[in-house]
Design a protein around this ligand. Sequence first.
Ligand code: UTP
Length: 292
Amino acid sequence: MTTKIRKAVFPVGGLGTRFLPATKAMPKEMLPVVDKPLIHYAMEEARAAGIEHFIFVTSRGKTALEDHFDRHFELEETLARRGKKAELEALLSWQPAMGQVSFVRQPEALGLGHAVLCAKELVGNEPFAVLLPDDLVLSKTPCLAQMAAAHAPVGGNLVAVMDVPREHTQRYGVLTPGAVDGALTEVKGLVEKPKPEEAPSTLSVIGRYILAPSIFGHLERQERGAGGEIQLTDAMAKMIGEVPFHGFTFEGRRFDCGDKVGFLEANVAFALARPDIAPKFAPFLAEAAGKL
Ligand code: UTP
């Protein structure tokens, strides 16, 4: 199956325990990098890859996410009245069209695989993308667009991968790599959060996936994996041999914004990539670096 990827799932049901206290009352995905919430970057990336339907898997306390993608008439009216035309146009420019956004609740944080399963009815029987908004990728071509282009000729499952230090394998799903063809690495095996000494390689999956809909059949068995959670990695591992399955080495730098240091790094990198911010911010950075 190599049809166009029209739908993207954004699992945003997690509790964000690594980022407390910021995430006690505010969803992790609303944390801003420079001036946009993480979820906004993920949505823009999906749109740049041709996604037409955005499916958010939310949970209690995540209504700010729904509000972010809804019209705000009082704000629009105030901007118009104050003559802030550019701000108003910018606000309306990224607003999803009617019917393009769906929300489904994950009743319990049972893991990423379980969150994706919650989107089954909305995805239906077609290949789809999954984006974890706390993984932010700074690249020339948006990461999912790179993946969609690489997926078109091969189909099946395609996961974004990067090499990580061996001591970090316990944070990721890790591949047993097969044949390599340019940016594509055949996936021979996949294991969630292996100990460094047991990891089959250091090629690790980050939060961008294109998946065949047959994943739902595996997720429906709701088998528990690492940490007692229903893992997406375990369901994907069962698909090896069933569908073509590749790791994709993307161009760009990935930041783990669910981690405090990763989040700070992302803010600096994205600020320096912004022509409207960098000239005002760089002198401060240079001064701070000089004091180290
Ligand atoms: P994380 O592993 O970052 O978990 O989830 P988390 O709960 O968000 O954060 P920490 O580790 O406690 O700080 C990766 C992605 O999967 C989603 C999260 O929202 C995040 O986008 N997720 C995780 C769910 O949607 N539901 C879950 O049950 C677990």
